[in-house]
Design a protein around this ligand. Sequence first.
Ligand SMILES: [Zn+2]
Length: 230
Amino acid sequence: MWTLRVFAAALALMAAIMVVAGVFSLPPQDRPFAKLNLEDPIGAFTASRIAALRRDADACLALAALSKLEVAPIPDLRERGFCRLENAVTLTRSAHPYSRPTRLSCALAAALYVWEREVVAEAARTHLRATVARIETLGSYSCRRVYGGAEGRVSFHATGEAIDVSGFRLADGRLVSIRRDWGSKSAEGQFLRAVRDGGCRVFRAVLSPEYNAAHADHFHLDVGDYTICR
Ligand SMILES: [Zn+2]
């Protein structure tokens, strides 16, 4: 009887050691208690760690400083009673330039940087054998409610936590347009699908033309409250 108990205890101990060793042999982005590093590949905890930066602007700025992402803080802003930019930044340098200046939360800047480097650049190599020269954006901060109505839920654009991307200008001059190329079987269409699907591993919400007609010409990417990928 005792031999059996000792044997069972030894087995349990071995199993525990294997679990602990297994966790520590994982790369940091897949380890439950490791810290976010914006230069790491995307892992099991990347999206939740980026989302946690929403509540900790100082930690977000510190992370940016450790990476090649460059952001500059901008003054707080309040408009129309329901729009507020707090601890927001402008993108000084992300992995790619943007077609217009952007005002956004640091958490969204961090998410964009990871997405551009790990998803967009990679998908451009794989599907288009090209590099992306510029991200075409329709804007990030915008004081409005969802779909621009007078009532209803406040958009995550109104807190700088969302950005709309309409396409990608490639280094060889080609433009991949979401309005034109989404849903196509072409290399451009496959690139856009890979960029959307990969975005779902980084952002909270990714809305593509598949979601509804209001998104026929852009991807809506946000680090807001709701998880949706469509
Ligand atoms: Zn949007």
